[in-house]
Design a protein around this ligand. Structure first.
Ligand code: CP
Ligand code: NVA
Length: 301
């Protein structure tokens, strides 16, 4: 039985196999020939934070594969009334085949997974967003081939997305150059583990120069809404504009996990421009996670 709490729960070979399968599943979906590969399998989805893409992609994916997904929010389950996460993990494991969890604390997710007897998927924590990385890497693969040896720039907050990019640079052997203001650095342990696969640039311009892929994310993540105004000041100069993109390689792609704030972390002309693949990236959440579910549910069966 395997969990997917971090990118590093997979080997590089497994990660690559899952995104390749995601590409295959996208082609099947485009030609209207999805196969019900997970009949009667049930996914329980716990969301302690908002979601558009993650919820819909998991739910649509399970339906397309002949299974079912159940959305659970703290408001209408006993989670919101104090039933411990560990007890919830044990109970859900008696009823469903796989569980996804979007929550704040990564340690809480780890505790949950230790008490579950079915695979647990990280649907975003404050530390990591590994499902998004499957979709991003599938999108890169589809457009440009293997990312090994390429240069990726992450501009902005050293948040869950930045940490996940650092993990993935180590796993898939690309170089991640990140630019963030002082006080907004990524997780020190994650960074140390990635060694020479990741380094901090002195400025967004330095990070983007020669990049094959440019990535950003919101300046205030879910749970940081009250810091929005202060962050807008601290992140001044970190907006990705056409001038920043011009420093990247000519065929560089632009990605953003969404939701985006035009005029803050990214200019409208970039996110809505020629180099942006954000809509396909969002769409690939569906296909990459279907491949992940197939992988996790095939283990031990
Ligand atoms: N990118 C992403 O995870 O989007 P949602 O918050 O809408 O799920
Ligand atoms: N960093 C963002 C990602 C949203 C998908 C957040 O955690 O809110």
């Amino acid at each position: 039985m395997r969990h997917y709490l971090t990118e590093l729960d997979l080997t590089a070979e497994e990660f690559r196999a899952i995104i390749q399968r995601g590409s295959e599943l996208r082609k099947q979906w485009e030609s209207g020939s999805c196969q019900p590969t997970l009949p009667q399998r049930v996914l329980a989805m716990i969301f302690e934070k908002s979601s558009t893409r993650t919820r819909v992609s998991f739910e649509a994916g399970m339906t397309q594969m002949g299974g079912h997904a159940i959305y659970l929010s703290p408001n209408d389950t006993h989670l919101g009334r104090g039933e411990p996460l560990a007890d919830t993990a044990r109970v859900l494991s008696q009823m469903v085949d796989v569980i996804s969890v979007r929550t704040y604390s990564h340690e809480a997710l780890e505790r949950f997974s230790e008490n579950a007897t079915v695979p647990v998927i990280n649907a975003l924590t404050d530390l990591l967003h590994p499902c998004q990385l499957l979709a991003d890497m599938q999108t890169y693969l589809d457009h440009r081939g293997d990312i090994r040896g390429k240069r990726v720039a992450f501009i902005g907050d050293g948040n869950n997305m930045c940490n996940s990019y650092i993990n993935t640079a180590l796993l898939l052997e690309f170089h991640l150059s990140f630019a963030c203001p002082d006080g907004y650095e990524p997780d020190a342990q994650i960074l140390a583990r990635a060694g020479s696969h990741s380094s901090r640039a002195a400025s967004p311009a330095e990070a983007c120069t020669g990049a094959d892929l440019v990535v950003t994310d919101v300046w205030a993540s879910m749970g940081q809404e009250e810091e929005q105004k202060a962050r807008e000041l601290d992140f001044s100069g970190y907006e990705i504009t056409a001038d920043t993109m011009a420093l990247a390689n000519e065929d560089a792609l632009f990605m953003h996990c969404l939701p985006a704030h035009r005029g803050e972390e990214v200019a409208a002309e970039v996110i809505d421009g020629q180099q942006s693949v954000v809509w396909e990236e969002a769409g690939n959440r569906l296909h990459a996670q279907k491949a992940l579910l197939e992988f996790l549910l095939a283990q031990g069966s």
